[in-house]
Write a protein of this length. Sequence first.
Length: 267
Amino acid sequence: MHPFRENVVILTGASSGIGREIALQLADQGAWLTLAARDAQCLEEVAGECRQRGGRSLVVPTDVSVLAQCQALVDRTLAEYGRIDTLVNNAGISMWARFDEMQALEPFHRLMQVNYFGSLYCTYHALPHLKRTRGRIVVISSLAGKTGVPTRSGYAASKHALVGLFDSLRVELLGTGVTVTMVYPDFVASEIRKRAYGTDGQPLGDSPVQEDRVMTTERCAQLTIRAMAKRQREDVQTLRGKAGQWIKLIAPAVVDRIALRAIQRGK
């Protein structure tokens, strides 16, 4: 009934959106959480809600693009709980701009630093401890990690990199008891698009997506936790995403048009 009761979980990107909701739902199960993100105040608010729901929570403000801070995140978790059972690599940033309209390339560097290297750094430091507990590695990717998406080139590249890294790591970890679960959400009503880079390299401020017509963070977190509990290889969370993988095998151009239409419609 509660597979994550007293399960020690490091969760990055925990201050808002999908990460916040995963934290709350894990707290409902009595998980022992380490909450990581850059915004300490928001983390404290999430931690308070988690404690009210029955979970333990440790706040560790972390910029996952900084290697030393990822090591500190793992060290603080071990000092508090004595072990690590689950690592959820959720921290991420996005973009919403055509490549040929970008006025600077710095956002592409930042996307890789956070989305790719952030997960790599946290996993590198947590892995020896996950081996001791035969634990879980969970990576929140995106359908953009499965196929190219217009206006999301840098974001898609970082998510494709994640897939290559963790699919390889999954094979390396065979026999250790450590499992890797890749999660592929479609559009989710979170705050990530408001902070997405625009053509000028600055956050958009407003979401170009019809947020009231896409998956809720609650549903995304529910599906993610279910996949975590089952130690699924991957979790493609929408019918459109699942159908797209089959269509891509026989008619890849159709998937291109589907991706373009989804961006144009914002849902």
